[in-house]
Ligand binder design. Structure first.
Ligand code: 8OZ
Length: 362
């Protein structure tokens, strides 16, 4: 019988176990949105994960939505990330980078020349973000023109290439949590006409174009994708009018790519797996996908163990438990309690609540 602790090969990447560190925004990038020394220590400490998905990183200056998040578009950023990937590899781990464009979840103070964010439409978001001036409501976005889309896809392609040059084992395309690709997927945001709006086939086009470009550039076996069919991210984005049909189509289209994995957040991101009044058949999505199936959201040890043992998933991603507990794999193996999370130090700051969590003696 397969267990959570067994090795697995996903696409071209061989993992020591099926326990994944979920991508986690921590806002600790330094000058030039580069990974700094604290980030090297943070990821090295967590290298016993079967796979680390390094935090969402903007693919271009326009893709940034929060203060001090890392990028993967400049030469300096590539050089800085190389120190992280070397440290993780030396510690025996595997690490991919999450490629991120926030779309309308941004503030003009974070964007080149104070410009407005871009999205599939100009429908306003209710979200707030961290800016140089604190916690602020996002700036109203403008809808991208169709003729701007090829350059956007090119930014994803270059970012994927940069990630490989920085020593990552692959990338995860962030198509979840209300950011740009999801802003195209959902009809609650996307009111376009033309090739990228209207029918599901059109709203899914940006994701499929990006998947095509990235897999062509670095190989499908080094590419994963993250989806969150039922999240509203704290009520800041409405669901699609027919999530089962939308995400069913998306997964059906992604299956033949031969991706390293598909990563699905079940329920409301970081909150409840079963939001009131919602139903969604995740098993039906899984049946449409031929490759490795990764799931996430508030998994307990028991649920993770049985999900893998039963074949309902191949990999389980843990978020907050990996923040507080660098040796999470060992704690899961030996059924030991996790450290307590320092929730005041999640976003921004220094070493405190970042690289100072204890590990148990061997
Ligand atoms: C929390 C704060 C800022 C960004 C995501 C990248 O949820 C994020 C994020 C989470 O995918």
């Amino acid at each position: 019988m397969t267990t959570l602790f067994d090795p697995i090969k996903i696409g071209d990447i061989s993992l020591n176990n099926r326990i994944v560190m979920a991508p986690l925004t921590r806002n600790r990038a330094v000058e030039g949105n580069c990974a700094g020394p604290l980030m090297v220590d943070y990821y090295r400490q967590r290298a016993s994960a079967g796979l680390i998905i390094a935090e969402a990183s903007q693919i271009s200056p326009m893709a940034q939505g929060y203060l001090d998040t890392p990028g993967i578009y400049s030469e300096d950023q590539v050089v800085a990330w190389r120190k992280v990937t070397d440290a993780v590899h030396q510690a025996g781990g595997r690490i991919v980078l999450q490629l991120w464009h926030v779309g309308r979840i941004s503030h003009s103070s974070l964007l080149p020349d104070g410009t407005a964010p871009v999205s599939s439409s100009d429908r306003p978001s209710k979200a707030m973000t961290f800016t140089p001036n604190g916690f602020e409501t996002v700036t109203p976005a403008r809808a991208l023109c169709d003729d701007e889309i090829p350059a956007l896809i090119e930014d994803y392609r270059k970012a994927a290439r940069n990630a490989i040059e920085a020593g990552f084992d692959g990338v995860e395309i962030h198509a979840a949590n209300t950011y740009l690709i999801e802003q195209f997927l959902r009809d609650s945001v996307n009111d376009r006409s033309g090739p990228y709006g209207g029918a599901i086939e059109n709203r899914a086009r940006l994701l499929l174009d990006v998947a095509q470009a990235v897999t062509q550039e670095i190989g499908a076996g080094r590419t994963g994708i993250r989806l969150s069919p039922m999240t509203t991210f704290g009520g800041t984005t409405d669901l699609d009018s027919n999530p089962q049909a939308l995400y069913g189509y998306v997964v059906e289209q992604l299956s033949p790519f031969g991706l390293a994995y598909l990563h699905v957040i079940e329920g409301e991101t970081g909150s409840t797996r079963t939001p009131d009044g919602q139903t969604f058949d995740y098993a039906a999505l899984h049946r449409k996908f031929a490759g490795a199936w990764m799931v996430n959201n508030c998994y307990t040890r028991d649920a993770a163990v049985s999900e893998v043992a039963s074949g309902q998933a191949d990999l389980i991603a843990f978020g907050r438990p990996f923040i507080s507990t660098p040796d999470l794999v060992r704690r899961l193996k030996d059924n030991l309690p996790f450290n307590e999370l320092n929730a005041d130090k999640l976003y921004g700051g220094g070493a405190e609540g970042y690289i100072d969590y204890p590990v148990l003696p061997a």
